[in-house]
Design a protein around this ligand. Structure first.
Ligand code: PMP
Length: 400
């Protein structure tokens, strides 16, 4: 008699199941625009030259692999602060930020969620509607009640900022507000600087706890530009949680490299917070993995490799923008003024919310082998000069 008869089958992650169907699909013209990975023009995951050089260096200088400290590598943590907050930033120089290295951005969210649950047990968490599904899973898994704040207006395909602001303004003090720093997943719609300028004082004055998720630094407009909102929050006096990930911008998904930073009022508080973040890590997975952080540290430490990384990131960003422009042009050439695809150009980062219905997404997949997520989210980096017209034609057939 099995002990586990009450354990239900796992329905699987919808996006990963879609990848499996894609791999089984025998049609040579098939196009995957579902999973959130950056692919190059040839449809491959890139190995960045800076990362290759770092890997070669580490391979030639193999070190014993002891445990890292609970909080991760010290140099890596300092380099992360420079990258996220800006090297000369007052909060960095003052030593009032507690940063721990985590297994990817997901690990950062989980450590942050557990820490908040322990020290702010009554807090509830407010997350954009829609959001990356795992936000809900991670915060609910940490024992929180989660709620959505208005973000995307499906009828117009635009950000509903006024309703977002009104909702956030009405939250009880001490509520956690999860914000995407840039390149919002799944909509591709970000707040303008002016909108951040209206939101940030509300967060500070209402005594809310901002938790910024920055999974795509460098994919929108640039490393500093994409971190602008994080820095504006800190400049306004916010005490904030910031999760950042190197999965996408270093193309190091499987190494699990990221970090969590908590901005405090002063260095002594940051020391206490760091100590309790270490305790949170200890209770979860004891200490982070070494290799990915060593790679990132090696690149960020070397001015030449860091410049090469920045240039590669600029190329990735430019390729995504080029694909946005090409898809827009192909659709506009057909529809003219009958249908507006301007959102393809104004959205930021890897994802675009197309406004296609679930039935239209099914049609694209079944009739044309073009795979999108059922919400209509399209991963722009699955496009290439070779397939963009094919995808445009498929969309045209489905919409006409
Ligand atoms: N936040 C968002 C918004 C994401 O899209 C992702 C990755 N899909 C993550 C966090 C997690 O990143 P990681 O793979 O580094 O755990």
């Amino acid at each position: 008699m099995s002990l586990f008869t009450h354990v239900p089958a796992y329905p699987g992650d919808p996006i990963l199941s879609l990848m499996e169907s894609f791999q089984r699909d025998a049609r040579p013209e098939k196009v995957s625009l579902s999973i959130g990975l950056y692919f190059d023009e040839a449809g491959r995951l890139p190995v960045l030259d800076s990362v290759r050089q770092a890997a070669q260096f580490l391979a030639a200088n193999v070190e014993p692999c002891g445990y890292l400290p609970m909080e991760g590598l010290a140099t890596y943590r300092q380099l992360v602060q420079n990258l996220v907050f800006g090297a000369g930033h007052e909060a960095v120089r003052a030593g009032r930020i507690a940063t721990v290295q985590t297994p990817g951005g997901s690990g950062a969210l989980k450590v942050g969620a557990d820490f908040i649950k322990r020290y702010f047990p009554q807090a509830e968490v407010w997350i954009s509607d829609p959001t990356w599904d795992n936000h809900l899973a991670i915060f609910e898994g940490a024992g929180f009640r989660t709620h959505g704040y208005p973000y995307y207006d499906a009828s117009s395909g635009t950000l509903c900022f006024d309703r977002m602001l009104e909702t956030i303004r009405g939250l009880p003090s001490g509520s956690v507000v999860l914000l995407h720093a840039s390149c919002h997943n799944p909509t591709g719609l970000d707040l303008s600087r002016q909108q951040w300028g209206a939101l940030i004082p509300v967060i500070v004055e209402r005594g809310l706890i901002p938790f910024v998720d920055m999974a795509y630094q460098g994919f929108g407009d640039g490393l500093d530009e994409d971190a602008w909102a994080v820095r504006a929050l800190v400049d306004a006096g916010a005490q904030a949680f910031v999760a950042n990930s190197f999965s996408k911008n270093f193309s190091l998904y499987g190494e699990r490299v990221g970090s969590l930073s908590v901005v405090c009022t002063d260095p002594a508080t940051a020391d206490n917070v760091l100590g309790q973040l270490k305790a949170t890590v200890r209770r979860n997975y004891s200490s982070p993995p070494a290799q990915g952080a060593r790679l990132v540290q090696h690149v960020l430490q070397s001015p030449e490799l860091a410049a090469s990384w920045d240039a590669d990131l600029a190329d990735m960003r430019a390729r995504i923008k080029d694909m946005r422009a090409r898809l827009h042009q192909a659709l506009h050439a057909h529809f003219g003024e009958r249908r507006d695809f301007g959102f393809l150009l104004s959205q930021r980062g890897m994802f675009s919310y197309t406004g296609l219905t679930e039935a239209q997404v099914d049609g694209l997949r079944e009739q044309h082998g073009v795979y999108l997520v059922k919400s209509g989210r399209m991963c722009m980096s699955g496009l290439s000069r070779d397939n963009v017209q094919y995808v445009a034609d498929a969309i045209i057939t489905i919409l006409e």
